[in-house]
Design a protein around this ligand. Sequence first.
Ligand code: NAP
Length: 317
Amino acid sequence: MLNLLITRKLPDPVLDKAREVFDVTVRDNTAPLSRDELIQSLSAYDVVLPTLGDAYRADIFDAVPEKRTKLLANFGVGYNHIDAVAAWAAGIEVTNTPGAVTDATADIALTLMLMTCRRAGEGERLVRSGQWDGWHPTQLLGLHMSGKTLGVVGMGRIGQAIAQRAHFGFGMAVKFYNRSAKKMPFPAEQVAELTDLAAQVDVMVIAVPGGAETHHLIDAAVLNAMQPHAHLVNIARGDVVNEADLIDALTQSRIAGVGLDVYEFEPKVPQALIDMENVTLLPHLGTAALEVRTAMGLMAVDNAIAFAKGQPLPNRV
Ligand code: NAP
């Protein structure tokens, strides 16, 4: 029987399925693997099921001359914590869990869009503070999101699910910026330049993968191009946005507000963001629903099982 390391506790049905095929070790720690654990994992396990923050960089593969691991079956669609090119060079396959995360993450994007546009976090803090003195017509006026223009940066699975919700649910016009040309099954205009998209929309949502290609894609130039009444939402990866530039833009009221699920130096959140009322902060909730985490886990385990049976990997990255 091959052995399998699962780097964080996962829902029981996932562990049960994995145990049908593998000798399973479930690591009892919610933090990402340390450097020592990363190195040790590659010499001790046939398959590793890692997740967010388990940083399998090139130097980790280099540090293990005799690698036992043949597959990193990532839990999550985003795998920017794994250097996949270095993994392949080391003879290790990498899989992920596309699709299982799409609707739940799009729902969190809509949550953040509404929260930032309608000042919901600020309103909730007001009620909880005991300082709310009752309704009046000019209190906490936000941006009416229905019928406005949405800009999607990265029109992939999640970007499209966000755009569909915004278009069909909120009557929003949709514009998008994407690496390759794409046609949507609903009205949506592709804009060639990111700064042009930024200038044309009321709400801009980031849905590109993390990694070197998208690092700091959203910088001062893009933020400066946005309209002062516009809001930014990031559900992708924190370092897609230059957080220092974002803080400057908010401090100087160059944009109206921001909704974040992810952070550049996660889980560190800058005090400057915490201190601003027009900043909505969620703790990386994109896929945080039991049935979604179960579906993601089962998908990751399916990849591991396919490997164990010598079958083609369903979700090779
Ligand atoms: P996907 O289907 O691969 O979509 C990514 C899209 O981004 C593709 O359309 C791709 O364009 C585009 N893109 C890639 N690089 C780009 C660039 N440099 N400039 C412009 N567009 C670019 O991925 P997905 O399933 O939608 O997931 C997207 C990301 O969301 C994941 O990688 C993950 O990091 C993040 N995520 C976050 C959470 C959360 O909990 N907050 C949950 C799930 C996922 P092409 O058409 O050219 O490929």
